[in-house]
Design a binder for this molecule. Structure first.
Ligand code: C5P
Length: 218
């Protein structure tokens, strides 16, 4: 089996996580959700009382960070200074409202870049057959050399329904706008990525399509 790196980019609530998790389980890939990394740092910065505008405080926070990983049921989870943030802390209203502001700060992205790239070695070490990494800049910055790149999209109504089903009242359109217009690593469809509409295709169909591309590579 060829070791594969698969990147899944796309806006909020386009189905990246459900898709990545399913594909990861079927193909024995390590699942890496880079959005949770930004959420973890945002939660830490908020808890430390740092505002997204205070460049210096953000830099001094990121310089001291020690990042680690625990793997649980096929997914990698970030550990920040020895602590694995709880899921509810990563999805709090404060994090939803501020994560894109922190993610636009170059020091925050730099702090995560090598960490995210190191997940490939980790997947190797732990005998996975590859990794599937979801985010906004996987094809453009983190793994431009990925074997397969996909860009997920969905209409507004589908995304609103998805968020409601997850119990999230988060203004995802606003977050997307911020993510797509920032200077550093904006959300964009990489040139060599395959676009998939997750509004008109079911989860099963999207998983089957990505699966067929993986089969063709192996
Ligand atoms: O994927 P999720 O919606 O959990 O990501 C939360 C936020 O983290 C995004 O809105 C974006 O601001 C940031 N992010 C990013 N780059 C990534 C993944 C997430 O800037 N690769």
């Amino acid at each position: 089996t060829k070791f594969l790196t698969v990147g899944i980019d796309g806006g909020a609530a386009t189905g990246k996580s459900s898709t990545s998790r399913r594909v990861a389980a079927i193909y024995k890939l390590l699942h890496v959700d880079t959005g949770s990394h930004y959420r973890a740092l945002a939660a830490g910065l908020i808890a430390a009382g740092v505002s997204p505008e205070s460049q210096e405080a953000i830099e001094s926070y990121t310089q001291k960070l020690a990042l680690d990983t625990v793997i649980e049921s096929g997914s990698a989870h970030i550990v920040v200074d020895g602590v694995r943030p709880a899921d509810e802390d990563l999805r709090s209203d404060a994090v939803n409202a501020n994560v894109s502001k922190f993610a636009a700060v170059p020091a925050v992205r730099e702090a995560l870049r090598d960490y995210q790239r190191s997940q490939r070695e980790l997947a190797h070490q732990k005998a996975f057959d590859g990794l599937i990494v979801e985010g906004r800049d996987i094809g453009s910055v983190i793994f431009p050399d990925a074997d397969l790149l996909f860009f997920l999209e969905a209409d507004e109504a589908t995304r609103a329904k998805r968020r409601a089903a997850e119990g999230q009242q988060d203004a995802v359109a606003e977050r997307d706008k911020m993510d797509a217009t920032r200077k550093t690593a904006p959300l964009t469809c990489p040139q060599n990525a395959e676009r998939i509409d997750t509004g008109s295709n079911s989860l099963e169909e999207v998983v089957a399509l990505i699966g067929s591309r993986i089969d063709a590579k192996r």
